[in-house]
Design a protein around this ligand. Structure first.
Ligand code: TYD
Ligand code: MG
Length: 453
């Protein structure tokens, strides 16, 4: 085993140390030293190196056109039309969210349609993977599973099997034998990723790596991981809800603006083709505090129900419990309702929930949140056919939102009749037939429309 010499580099000031210390001697910052290997441990052999010559730009072949489908239209969309041969794709997400399930399903499809697939598990046993596979009803004889953490050995098997796609579950549990460090450490994760990148590029195999996410939302391991790979996908959702959303965070072969919506069922993840309908199925009738907003998820319009409950607070600090919306944004909206509209709401206990376990992070949801709060506070339900969109400014003005027509078309499709939008958006609207369009300038005006009609 060759031992690679490492040194430690301060991320703050660039100080170099021979061994790791908790505090950088250069700038006195705590925990800022990271390992740095002296030499890449898996260099390309000279006979593997592609020969590159300068070419006239218009002669360069842009795309070979080959993309492997994944069996899910939602996943294909996020990937930009499918998997590109030779690409390295990172799938991140919380533990238990469904990463292994998703990849097993993709593996089934590819091995059925295209060729051999190797699923390397270093985290669960092969029996556990097989159990999941039988739950998913998979019996492809071109899908191989290997319980191995040593990437050197994995590489040997890849040479023999010559698969189209390799899945590494997970990058935090495999190691490259050239480094004397534990799996999951910074150096190992980076080194293993570099090795897999090299593998993908020299063999045209599609390589997936699974990466866990730490509590604060970062992919465990170095940030450089994200810079190294071609595609970063993040699988998100509430563990206790069945709804999952796959977002493209980086994509060298497509747009990062796409997202896919899936549902975790008894037999794995299934595409949700009509997400807005899905989110609105259990909407209460005539209940105060419920308002539907039109947001955008990637490039797709998504209608979701915002629920608010405002109750008189006890003594001391009023309670704020916010699920699915931004805490600071809700605080701002409450302050605007108090100061600009004159609702005596700041001393109340406030609960806000976005139904279905999704998140609305777009400011375009502001007006909906404000109206849900006001509706609960006043005890007056909003019109059932009402749909709103608009950002709220600090003076209580309603600011325009992007892609207004997409949002309104989705609203009209689902039968919403009364649409409250920012005045500034009004002239862009191609009025969807059969709807009443109301442009508002201020939050006060919007409240007037909703609660005095
Ligand atoms: P898993 O793919 O193991 O998550 P990860 O790899 O991200 O840690 O998914 C685990 C959860 O999914 C577990 O709670 C069981 C559930 N599940 C289903 O609901 N249906 C299924 O068909 C499968 C395979 C799993
Ligand atoms: Mg897993």
């Amino acid at each position: 085993m060759t031992k690679v010499r490492t040194k430690f580099l301060c991320q703050q000031c660039g100080f170099e140390a021979a061994k790791w210390v908790g505090r950088c001697p250069g700038c006195l910052e705590w925990n800022s030293l990271v390992e740095k290997t002296a030499a890449p441990s898996f260099p390309l052999r000279s006979d593997q190196k592609p020969v590159n010559n300068p070419q006239v730009i218009s002669d360069v072949l842009v795309d070979s056109g080959i993309r492997y489908r994944t069996g899910s239209a939602e996943v294909d969309r996020v990937l930009g039309g499918g998997l590109v041969p030779g690409s390295l794709v990172l799938l991140s997400g919380d533990p238990g969210i469904g990463k292994s399930t998703l990849l097993l399903q993709v593996a089934r499809w590819l091995s059925d349609q295209n060729g051999p697939v190797l699923y390397v598990t270093a985290e669960e046993s092969v029996q556990q993977i097989a159990l999941r596979a039988s739950r998913l009803g998979i019996n492809s004889n071109r899908l191989m599973v290997l319980g191995e953490a040593d990437l050197g050995i994995v590489a040997e098997h890849i040479k023999q099997l010559n698969p189209l796609m390799v899945i590494i579950d997970s990058i935090q549990t495999v190691f490259s034998p050239e480094l004397v460090m534990a799996p999951g450490t910074l150096g190992q994760v980076r080194e293993s990723t570099a090795f897999l990148m090299n593998l993908a590029k020299t063999t045209q195999i599609v390589v997936w790596i699974v990466g866990h996410v730490t509590k604060d939302g970062a992919i465990a391991g170095p940030r450089v991981l994200e810079h190294m790979v071609d595609v970063v996908l993040h699988l998100d959702g509430e563990r206790h809800h069945s709804f999952r959303i796959l977002r493209g965070m980086k994509n060298r072969f497509g747009s990062t603006n796409e997202s896919g919506i899936l549902e975790m069922q008894e037999t794995g993840l299934v595409d949700v083709t009509n997400p807005s309908e899905w989110f609105l199925t259990e909407r209460p009738i005539n209940a105060a505090g419920s308002v539907v907003v039109a947001t955008l998820e990637g490039t797709r319009p998504l209608l979701v129900e915002v629920q608010a409950l405002v109750v008189p607070g006890g003594f001391g600090q009023p309670r704020r419990s916010i699920t699915g919306a931004d805490y600071n944004r809700v605080s701002l909206i409450l302050a605007v309702l108090e100061k600009r509209v004159g609702l005596n709401i700041l001393n109340q206990d406030v609960f806000v929930n976005v139904v279905g376990g999704t998140k609305v992070i777009e400011p375009a949801a502001d007006l909906g949140i404000a109206l849900a709060l006001a509706s609960s506070f006043k005890g007056i339900p909003a019109n059932r056919d009402l749909l709103v969109t608009g950002e709220i400014g600090l003076t209580g003005e309603i600011r325009s939102v992007g892609q207004i027509n997409k949002r309104l078309q989705e609203a009209a499709r689902l039968g919403f009749k009364q649409l409250i939008i920012p005045k500034g958006n009004e002239r862009q609207v191609k009025n969807p037939a059969g709807t009443e369009l109301i442009g508002v300038v201020t939050l006060e005006e919007a409240l007037e429309v909703v609660f005095s009609g």
